[in-house]
Design a protein around this ligand. Structure first.
Ligand SMILES: Cc1ncc(C[n+]2csc(CCOP(=O)(O)OP(=O)(O)O)c2C)c(N)n1
Length: 665
């Protein structure tokens, strides 16, 4: 059917009257709630509203073909998903008003929440990540042999984001059971479809990903239900992704305040005639399945229900600000694990220690999945996972396409499904292509709605190996300032193993920095078997009372070498090991004792860990200081390739000069 035709044919013969009436009720509910919300918006009782009026059939129709224990990942116009899952309305109202009985304790607005109870995983504002997260959930279904699928929504605007393309590609390569549902409603904010994409139908894109697709009239609830029921059944039996483009229209402004002045009147008038509820209601009336009095009664009942639930919400409390509660909810608490610490030791290089930790983690947690480029048979570019595919199988040791964002989103989805994930960045530099899901999805999830993100991201990083601007960065400070991420950066083989095992054990998102120059230069006798190095605890490598050196990673080793070579005595050296959460106590105690401090980082100085630590010392140790706080870092340039340039870029020459100056100060 031409999607601009107003003709709408309902084929209701296959359905019982009860089913058809229930579907009518399910369609009406979000419409009547929205009409009420528009009134509350004008009264200033809710702050924003993204209307889905005219698009209800899609959310209601998609949810109606899913089983109750199958996840659905809706967007900002999909109230029908929430009402179809029978969430008590007062909880939704509380959520929208920022009250305690919502789903986020007033921490996030509108539909930005998830609920394991109702198997709904709500969006983050950035739209696209939803699709990759759906892949993770679907992957968990596949790995657990559950014969389930999940459905995820996007607008046509969201399909222009890289996340869409990465998600479809991954889903196709991995045969993941996901229904990708595009609601093509004509406009992305004010942008019409011809400024958004150039293919005739978005469904046509599926071919490029080797995927099945369908175009469905998004305003015809029965067409949606009948076509999707069949597709869903087939996908459960034969897991694979399917792209569905629903043709529909956004009848109101992007959000209420923005209006529809840019939409031609005739277009609105045309789609008004295709209203999914009015047309379906007319069909039921024409067939004698419904009569006017009954229809009016149904509407009255729903309105009564809405009012009753609004009254409950009126009694609900707004959150009170309690600093410790806010801070404590950023991370899920970590359960202590009991290990049999082995007395036995064996010499391992830094790189082998990491490999050992990964292997132990994989053996201990059968629900742990490794993902990364070339990590399976090839063993990764540093060969850290060599032999893993044979021992653990390729379902758990997964080669990925080159799509950092999409894979980190998969990791988020696995965690939502109760699994654990480690993602290997081929080089830490490439994390910039996966930045959004780390800082906005993984980091904020526990604070927002109490769901942990059990993901470790391994980051082979660092300069000094002649690898130039894109294979050498020490980019830990990109992440240390994001609440909700733990950041680890070991300097030796023993800590590398213990911290990586701690990261695997920790149910929160952890960035694990591995300096490449340490891989084969650091080796020591370390405990065999399972042990943990506590996250958040610095290590005093050398005690002294004259001066404190604070560093981490490869820079720590360089600092120690210089102290030894120059025979500096009575110097205290602190290895931070964990950058976030920072062991401030150890730092301040040392500086109060020595009165002199120099902080060395391989990162360039501006906005670095060194700068943050210097600020904390100035604020807390002012009275104890006998000299200015010295910060030494790399130059404020990209990292050069040529070795003379790289040596000049790195901070060690300047460190040697500055430490002398500080000793003599
Ligand atoms: C990454 C990102 N860029 C921009 C925005 C601002 N924004 C929010 S919704 C929206 C339009 C989305 O259009 P579409 O995906 O078609 O969904 P619709 O609103 O039409 O349902 C825009 C531009 C955003 N939330 N996230």
């Amino acid at each position: 059917m031409d999607h601009l035709s107003t003709e709408m044919i309902f084929d209701s013969e296959a359905y019982s009257n009860d089913f058809l009436i229930n579907l009518y009720k399910s369609l009406l509910k979000p419409r009547l709630i929205e009409e009420k919300m528009l009134i509350l918006l004008r009264q200033g009782k809710i702050s924003k509203w993204f209307a889905g009026i005219g698009q209800e059939a899609i959310a209601v129709g998609v949810t109606s073909v899913l089983k109750e224990d199958e996840y659905v990942l809706p967007m900002h116009r999909n109230l029908g998903v929430f009402t179809s899952r029978n969430i008590p309305l007062h909880r939704l109202f509380s959520q929208w008003q920022g009250k305690m009985n919502g789903f986020t304790k007033g921490r996030d607005r509108s539909f930005h929440f998830g609920s394991q109870e109702y198997k709904i995983i709500g969006m983050i504002s950035h739209l696209g990540p939803q699709m990759g997260v759906a892949n993770g959930i679907a992957l968990a279904h596949k790995l657990k042999r559950e014969n389930k699928l999940c459905a995820v929504f996007t607008g046509e605007g969201g399909t222009s984001e890289g996340d869409f393309h990465e998600a479809l590609n991954i889903a196709s390569v991995w045969d993941l059971p996901v229904l990708f549902c595009i609601e093509n409603n004509g406009y992305g904010l004010s942008t019409p479809t011809d400024e958004q994409y150039r293919c005739e139908h978005l469904a046509d894109r599926a071919k490029g990903y080797g995927m099945e697709s369908h175009i469905i009239d998004g305003n015809n609830i029965l067409e949606i239900h009948s076509k999707l029921s069949n597709i869903a059944k087939e996908v459960r039996e034969n897991p694979r992704p399917v792209l569905i483009e629903f043709k529909t229209f956004r009848m109101r402004g992007h959000e209420e305040a923005s209006g529809t002045a840019y939409v031609p009147d005739e277009l609105l008038a045309h789609w008004q005639q295709k209203d999914p509820i009015v047309r379906y209601e007319k069909h039921l009336l024409d067939c004698g399945i419904l009569n006017w009095d009954w229809a009016e009664h149904i509407k009255w009942e729903i309105k009564q229900d809405i009012e009753a639930h609004l009254a409950i919400t009126a009694e609900d409390d707004f959150p009170k600000f309690i600093e410790t509660t806010e801070l404590n909810d950023v991370f899920q608490s970590v359960e202590d694990q009991l290990f049999e610490i082995s007395e036995e030791k064996t010499e391992l290089r830094f790189i082998d220690a990491i490999s050992d930790a990964l292997k132990i983690g994989m053996r201990k947690f059968p629900n742990l999945i490794l993902m990364g480029q070339d990590i399976a048979d090839y063993g990764g570019v540093f060969k850290i996972t060599k032999g893993f595919a044979e021992e653990f199988g390729k379902e758990r040791v997964r080669n990925t396409p080159i799509c950092e964002s999409g894979i980190i989103e998969v990791a988020a989805g696995l965690s939502i499904s109760g699994m654990k994930a480690i993602v290997e960045m081929q080089f830490a530099d490439f994390v910039s292509s996966g930045f959004n899901p780390i800082v906005n999805y993984l980091a904020k999830q526990h604070y927002r709605w109490g769901q942990n993100a059990d993901v470790v991201i391994r980051m082979p990083c660092g300069a000094g190996v002649g690898a130039g601007p894109f294979h050498s960065q020490s980019n830990e400070a990109w992440f240390t300032k994001v609440a909700g991420l733990k950041v680890l950066y070991p300097s030796n083989a023993s800590d590398a193993k213990g911290l990586l095992l701690a990261a695997i054990n920790d149910p929160n998102p952890v960035l694990f920095f591995e300096h490449k120059a340490l891989y084969r230069t650091q080796k020591e006798d370390i405990c065999t078997g399972h042990y943990i190095t506590d996250i958040g605890k610095a290590n005093i490598v050398k005690s002294g009372s004259k001066l404190t050196i604070i560093s981490y990673g490869a820079a720590l080793q360089e600092a120690s070498k210089i102290v030894e070579e120059e025979s500096y005595e009575n110097v205290e050296i602190i290895d931070l090991r964990t950058l976030q959460p920072l062991d401030t106590k150890t730092i301040l105690t040392s500086v109060k004792k020595t009165g002199k401090v120099i902080i060395l980082t391989e990162d360039s100085l501006f906005g670095s860990m060194a700068s943050e630590i210097a600020a904390q010392i100035s604020e807390n140790c002012f009275k104890f200081l006998d000299a200015p706080v010295f910060r030494i870092g790399s130059l404020e340039t990209p990292i050069p390739f040529n070795s003379a340039l790289e040596t000049g870029y790195l901070p060690y020459q300047r460190f040697q000069e500055k430490i002398k100056e500080l000793i003599e100060y």
